[in-house]
Design a protein around this ligand. Structure first.
Ligand SMILES: Nc1nc2c(ncn2[C@@H]2O[C@H](COP(=O)(O)OP(=O)(O)OP(=O)(O)O)[C@@H](O)[C@H]2O)c(=O)[nH]1
Ligand SMILES: [Mg+2]
Length: 285
């Protein structure tokens, strides 16, 4: 993008907007404002020049040139109707690349069709599309889980990953980068599929290949679709196979969501305490 003779700045998104939304405002030739989602990196020649991680944070990307002098400036007793003027100076020109890395406390990570979007709809007011075919979600959505003491936990619905995602299969790299900033992960597995622990192994493998240590973030495994008979058969087998805590629930019927609410809050409280003990302020929504 090249902007001439203008001042450009980015503003954070309005709450509840899709993480991929951005808005362009053109302000009477004086300034251009882009609204971009929280978590947008601004890069120039591959180097990060701004990292917009807070709501309402702004970055002035390019300054307009100094204005010229208009006819009125040359008005005098001798010249009552001047036609003289001096032109303005050109504005700064920059080519910038915007990269979104969704910021949320928790990320829903799973294969396509596992029920991630259904779950986000069930626990928050976000309304990502749900359908019975894979790759319904192509952009992350952030939903807020509200607790009675007014604490809020932000949960991101990340598009479905497939095997080979770290080699960019199924747009994997673009999807994996949204997981980087999530403080803890909710792995969503479809319990009705045979050997559901394989889903978990594959997901963790993809995360680890993408970024070392990513699969070791604090997490919980959500065994979704417990309303289906096959899921109830597979659940004990899954628990036998893995060490992580498993919460079996149904995003469709709302069965056992309470356990998720409680555990999500535990993960959040641990995150807050850890940040505070390091002398850092936790991200709040
Ligand atoms: N029986 C049952 N079906 C569910 C449940 N949760 C989701 N589904 C169904 O599974 C299908 C996929 O659900 P989505 O929420 O779109 O799945 P997703 O993980 O977001 O899929 P992608 O966006 O493709 O990654 C839909 O037909 C849902 O109605 C559940 O708890 N029980
Ligand atoms: Mg989805």
């Amino acid at each position: 993008m090249i902007f001439n003779n203008s001042e450009i700045s980015w503003k954070g998104p309005t709450e509840g907007s899709s993480a991929a939304d951005f808005e362009l405002q053109y302000n009477a030739c004086i300034s251009l404002h882009f609204k971009v989602p929280v978590g947008t990196l601004v890069k120039e020649d591959g180097k990060v020049v701004a990292d917009l991680t807070q709501h309402g944070e702004e970055y002035v990307a390019a300054y307009g040139g100094a204005g010229g002098k208009g006819n009125r400036f040359f008005l005098s007793n001798e010249n009552r109707a001047p036609t003289l003027f001096t032109p303005g100076e050109p504005g700064q020109e920059r080519v910038l690349h915007l990269e979104l890395k969704t910021t949320a406390h928790a990320g829903l990570v799973g294969f396509p069709n596992a029920g991630k979007s259904s779950l986000l709809r069930a626990i928050s007011r976000a309304k990502p599309a749900v359908a019975a075919y894979p790759f319904t979600t192509l952009n992350p959505h952030v939903g807020i889980v509200h607790y009675q003491d007014y604490e809020q936990v932000a949960v991101a619905d990340i598009p479905g990953l497939i095997k080979g995602a770290h080699q960019n299969r199924g747009l994997g790299m673009a999807f994996l980068r949204h997981i980087e900033r999530c403080r803890f992960l909710l792995y969503v597995v479809d319990l009705s599929v045979s050997q559901p622990w394989i889903q978990l192994q594959d997901l963790k493998y993809e995360l680890e290949q993408y970024q070392k240590g990513l699969s070791e973030r604090p997490c919980v495994v959500i065994g979704n679709k417990i309303d289906l008979a096959q899921s109830r058969i597979n659940l004990p087998l899954l628990k036998e196979q893995i060490d992580d805590r498993v919460i079996a629930l149904s995003a469709l019927t709302g069965d056992n969501l309470e356990e998720l609410f409680l555990h999500l809050r535990e993960l959040y409280d641990t995150y807050v305490k850890t940040e505070q003990s390091r002398g850092q302020s936790p991200v709040k929504w």
